[in-house]
Design a protein around this ligand. Structure first.
Ligand SMILES: [Ca+2]
Length: 413
């Protein structure tokens, strides 16, 4: 059941603006003037001071109003949401370690081995990815805390198969294990299937100082592998290394990767949590170092990108400064219906309780950040995914069993 919960503030202000434009342009006497096409269309009596942005002379397209609808509620720390081809949304809950499918019939919890998920602090059932061949092979992937041998724990990537009944889950094929877990702090873990069918895994440093710069550790990295076999991608920078773990590494020097996204040009981007300062959005380059090195011990006073390290470090494309806001899942917006949001990086934000829409130019330089008011009213946002129909689905992460899956879509003008 879909329950409209919020009428966009933007919608009401655009309606008011349209009303203000009509007398000035002589309604019906001239070609229609789209809102946002230029301030020159507004007559001298129009109260422009009441409507500062987004109308400017240089704006080629407006930001459409956004409508937010609740698709599911009663969830707890809803971590990720992914669309299943053929219908339904696959949703993970971190601490309950539950997997559910949300569709028009409601929310259905799958028969999934939750008791095998190790849950502690920031670690539990986290990132999800759906195989591009799902309609035939029914395969999907989780990144999750796991009970390893004895009383040890790790984080691992597991392949599953959804039964034809849409309720049972089989498989449990471990693709990658040995991502270090300590207390559960900085457990990552984000998954993304690229347009070439590789599986990216964004990991946390497990709050162990040596991990981010150690290319033989799976932590504080973006890893790349073949989701059908679990083998490292042949194109990885150290694919020929004698060290098994190093063969998986695509980029290193990360603190706690919480978001991964691929732009229409094929470029890969990460989102990560800063220390007391400088959350980052990074443009990923094969083999690059993103500069987190909190040694000796786990010294969080060091910069998020330490340019004094040996070799070359890559600067972030966006950083929060001080304080941090805890950005998490992200996706690049596709589709003309999104108007001026199109092509921007939507970033779900936890602590800062908002969705940022960041604009980057063709060289990956930040040019603008837009935060719609209606997406500042939903609490902590964990993940954002775009559906085939163009809408976004978003998970909230407030805890207390009141988390939701939201649908966000532009309102047709
Ligand atoms: Ca960095």
């Amino acid at each position: 059941m879909r329950t409209p919960v919020v009428a966009s503030l933007v919608a009401s202000s655009l309606l008011a603006l349209t009303a203000a434009l009509l007398p000035a342009t002589g309604a019906g006497a001239e070609p229609a003037v789209p809102v946002g096409s230029g301030a020159s269309a507004v007559g001298p009596t129009a109260p422009m001071t009441a409507y500062p942005s987004p109308v400017t002379a240089r704006a080629p397209r407006p930001f459409p109003a956004l409508q937010v609808t609740t698709l599911a509620d009663g969830l707890d720390h809803a971590w990720d949401v992914q669309e299943l081809p053929g219908g339904g949304l696959l949703v993970s809950e971190r601490d309950r370690a539950r997997l559910s499918i949300v569709d028009d019939g409601g929310t259905r919890t799958l028969d999934f081995p939750s008791d095998r998920v190790w849950v502690s602090g920031e670690t539990g059932l986290m990132g999800l990815a759906v195989d591009p061949g799902f309609e035939d092979n029914r395969r999907f992937y989780t990144c999750q805390g796991s009970n390893a041998a004895g009383d040890r724990h790790d984080v691992r990537v597991v392949a599953w198969r959804l039964g034809q009944d849409g309720t049972t889950v089989g498989g449990a094929d471990v693709l990658l294990k040995g991502i270090q877990a300590t207390s559960g702090r900085h457990g990552g873990c984000r998954l993304l299937v690229t347009d070439r069918g590789a599986l990216l895994v964004g990991t946390g440093d497990a709050a162990v100082g040596a991990n981010p710069q150690d290319r033989t550790s799976l932590n504080g990295k973006v890893l790349r592998l073949d989701p059908r076999t679990g083998r490292p991608s042949a194109a990885n920078p150290w694919a020929g290394s004698e060290n098994r773990k190093k063969r998986y590494v695509l980029t290193y020097g990360h603190r706690n990767v919480q978001g991964l996204a691929q732009r229409a040009d094929g470029s890969l981007w990460s989102v990560e949590h800063g220390s007391y300062r400088d959350d980052e959005v990074n443009l990923l380059r094969r083999g690059a170092n993103y500069g987190w090195d909190p040694r000796p011990g786990y010294d969080e006073s060091v910069p998020m990108t330490d340019f004094s390290l040996p070799g070359k470090q890559r600067a972030a494309r966006w950083r929060s400064g001080n304080p941090t806001i805890a950005p998490s899942g992200a996706t690049f917006i596709r589709g003309a219906a999104w108007g001026r949001y199109r092509g921007r990086l939507a970033v779900a934000v936890l602590g800062g309780t908002r969705m940022m829409f960041q604009a980057y130019d063709g060289k990956g330089r930040l040019t603008d950040v837009r935060v719609p008011p209606v997406l500042r009213e939903q609490g902590r946002l964990r993940s954002v995914t775009q559906l085939a129909d163009g809408a976004l689905v978003v998970t909230t992460d407030n805890g207390g069993g009141a988390d939701r899956v939201l649908r966000v879509e532009p309102v047709r003008g």
